[in-house]
Ligand binder design. Structure first.
Ligand code: EPZ
Length: 420
């Protein structure tokens, strides 16, 4: 397994290009199953999770080609399977997102029950409840969820009892071909959902209510070809801005959308960072100072994103003051805290929160990644620490950050990937 060796302690300076958003590209790729027509997707990031989703589309009979510019050409004309196999689903939970499109287009979907992962049990009960409300029959057989519908899905008025990004995306995709009108209430409002709505609309779907907590979808008979460019990755952008703050440096992320980072930029400003926005470029300048401690409570968008929680934990390790960071979305997303303790951090877990007493200096140490964003936080901690940090199990990070060591090297980081 690959690992990173990081020699920290120097401020990062320079410009980083932001890739397409993983969490927008994944549902958009799944949505390609809704039409037999050819689709062209631009700005899809080259990540392990994207590769897994492309393999899944292939396993269903889809064809995906990558052209010289890196754009994807997708054809789901001749799908010969309705089954998302365990081997792929176990590596990527987002595979569950093929259920809505398969059910909507073919009246049948079989998806291996997505297991939990390091950050929590991550059930899909609300996805299934929504499909049943649309007239689907749900059975569980041999570890597979089998969803079927005889006469096709029908529109319904469904309220999510809790906000779920994947649940919103799955039911939205199911509803675009359902018979009649579907109202989805208490939906997630993440920008990635708005990107999916725009993609579906480009294919001819009839959807209103984007960016609100209620989506109204009027089913259409079929969907057509389109070309679409995936939105920039707000979490990747936020990660590099935090890395600048944690190392006392100055980084400009290019091709980002500051509107998607509202609270994240506010919190960086609270930490004493000079944040400037110039079109699609966002600059975080720590002005050579030590950051100030900032409290964070995660919440569904437009609240503070849970996917930025671990990165702000890393920032607080070297900040001036005491911070409390509370995770409200996932039941076990504080695993990185004990790894950070190995670096001399003064961090204690208190239920769903961590209390961090910032240190002038933390020291490099061997640490182990446990999930995607925890990995990123350990890299940030290593860049801020004095001495050498070795981050093991970086396959987690390769799922969600395109060329991370190259991008960090380009702004002066001493980080190398080693093969064991
Ligand atoms: C999406 O996961 C993202 N993944 C996650 O990003 C992100 O952290 C999460 O949304 C929250 O913003 C993708 O978009 C591929 P949820 P998802 O359904 O859809 C519970 C990353 O690092 N829940 O909004 O799985 C669930 O257990 C990843 O890029 C149910 O109880 O998140 C969790 O506690 C990590 N029943 C909470 O809701 C359900 O049926 C939010 O989950 C569905 C969810």
């Amino acid at each position: 397994m690959d690992y990173f060796v990081i020699r920290g302690g120097q401020p990062l300076q320079g410009r980083v290009p932001i890739s397409g958003a993983k969490n927008a590209a994944l549902p958009i790729l799944a949505a390609s199953l809704l039409t037999p027509s050819e689709l062209r997707l631009n700005n899809v990031p080259h990540l392990n999770d994207i590769t897994t989703m492309i393999e899944l589309l292939g396993a269903l009979g889809g064809e995906v080609a990558v052209d010289e510019s890196g754009s994807l050409c997708i054809s789901a004309l001749d799908l010969n399977s309705r089954r998302a196999p365990y081997e792929l689903v176990k590596t990527m939970r987002a595979s569950i997102l093929v259920m809505g499109p398969l059910l909507a287009r073919f009246g049948r979907a079989e998806v291996s029950f997505p297991g939990g992962c390091a950050i929590g049990s991550r059930p899909v009960d609300l996805h299934l409840k929504g499909f049943e409300a649309m007239g689907a029959q749900i059975d569980v057989r041999d570890g597979y969820i089998v969803a079927t519908t005889e006469g096709g899905l029908r529109g319904c008025d469904f309220t999510f009892e809790m906000v779920t990004v994947g649940g919103t995306e799955n039911l939205l995709m199911a509803a675009v071909l359902a018979d009649g009108e579907t109202i989805l209430r208490n939906v997630a409002r993440e920008p990635e959902i708005t990107d999916l709505v725009r993609f579906l609309r480009a294919m001819g779907a009839d959807i209103s209510g984007d960016d609100t907590d209620t989506l109204v979808i009027r089913g259409v008979g079929s969907l057509n070809s389109c070309e679409y460019t995936v939105m920039p990755d707000r979490i990747e952008a936020g990660t590099y801005l935090v890395a600048a703050a944690a190392t006392g440096g100055c980084i400009t992320v290019e091709g980002a959308d500051a509107e998607h980072l509202g609270l994240v930029l506010d919190k960086l400003r609270d930490a004493g960072v000079d944040v400037q926005v110039d079109g699609d470029a966002i600059t975080a300048d720590m002005l050579g100072k030590r950051p100030l401690s900032v409290d964070v409570i995660t919440a569904p968008y437009p609240g503070f994103p849970t996917d930025m929680q671990a990165q702000f934990t890393a920032l607080n390790l070297v900040a001036d003051g005491v911070a409390r960071i509370t995770e409200t979305i996932f039941e076990n997303r504080l695993i990185h805290a004990q790894e950070m303790s190995r670096m001399g951090a003064n961090i204690t877990v208190d239920g769903h929160s961590v209390i961090i007493r910032g240190q002038e200096e933390i020291s490099g140490a061997p640490v182990m990644a446990s999930d995607l964003r925890a990995s990123a936080s350990l890299v940030i901690a290593g860049l801020a620490a004095k001495g050498e940090t070795r981050v093991d199990r970086i396959y987690h990070i390769d799922r969600g950050y395109e060329r991370i060591e190259e991008k960090l090297q380009s702004v002066g980081a001493d980080i190398v990937r080693k093969m064991r």
